[in-house]
Design a protein around this ligand. Structure first.
Ligand SMILES: CC(C)(COP(=O)(O)OP(=O)(O)OC[C@H]1O[C@@H](n2cnc3c(N)ncnc32)[C@H](O)[C@@H]1OP(=O)(O)O)[C@@H](O)C(=O)NCCC(=O)NCCS
Length: 196
């Protein structure tokens, strides 16, 4: 079932992070992490070569209003994103009639390994179920992306199947492991402390 997402004006807070819509002034921070080779590539997009690349994507985020910027409270910088996008599951008869979206996320390489993405994703999941009334969320990772796999597992998603998905800016298809999390199984998310 089609569900329109609009995060305009939404601010979510965790112990270490703020999540809010992207704004023009985020360009420098966005370019700083999106231009590092090997970060976007794990999420299906080529790293940005110029600030113009980042400006184009930033404008799209602001227009489509479905991607949160992750702000590190202590450092005052935008260090990543969590997006709520269309899901493969809406085309799957098994899930017909359900309101389902797909979570996508990226974090600046400088901040990996501190449990920040699980912290950010948990609050977005909570928002999706409590405020948007979604029935389920999907999430996926390229088979070799074990870091993302760990995040998805820690969030409580269940493996469904492996699909060959096309990454447009990389011009390639990747074996992608796809997972789902239903609203009724969010108690684990709610119980998890904000910080590891
Ligand atoms: C995947 C990603 C979001 C993980 O975020 P994170 O905040 O570092 O997540 P965590 O701290 O929970 O670490 C996840 C796993 O990464 C590994 N890891 C931890 N520190 C690491 C480091 N410094 N370098 C590499 N890997 C590390 C560990 O296996 C860890 O799992 P564990 O908690 O069971 O030990 C981040 O690595 C990233 O943005 N990668 C590139 C984009 C991407 O893959 N997006 C997801 C697309 S589906």
């Amino acid at each position: 079932m089609e569900t329109k997402i609009d995060i305009a004006g939404v601010v979510l807070e965790t112990e270490r992070l703020l999540l809010r819509p992207f704004q023009d002034s985020d360009l420098d921070d966005f370019f700083a992490y999106a231009s590092v080779p090997g970060v976007g590539e794990m999420a299906g997009w080529a790293h940005h070569r110029t600030r113009e690349d980042s400006r184009t994507v930033l404008s799209r985020f602001m227009e489509e209003r479905d991607v949160f910027a992750i702000v590190h409270k202590r450092d005052g910088k935008v260090i990543g994103s969590v997006g709520v996008h269309d899901s493969w599951a809406t085309q799957d008869a098994q899930y017909s009639g359900l309101r389902i979206k797909d979570l996508g996320f990226v974090l600046s390489k400088d901040y990996w390994g501190q449990g920040l993405m699980p912290e950010a994703a948990r609050i977005v999941i909570d928002y999706c179920f409590r405020e948007l009334g979604l029935d389920a969320l999907t999430c996926g990772h390229f088979v070799e992306n074990t870091r993302s796999q760990r995040v998805i597992e820690k969030l409580g998603f269940h493996y469904v199947k492996t699909l060959k998905l096309h990454a447009r800016t990389l011009g390639k298809r990747f074996d992608t492991k796809c997972y789902i999390l239903f609203k009724t199984s969010t108690s684990r998310v709610d119980r998890e402390p904000a910080q590891r």
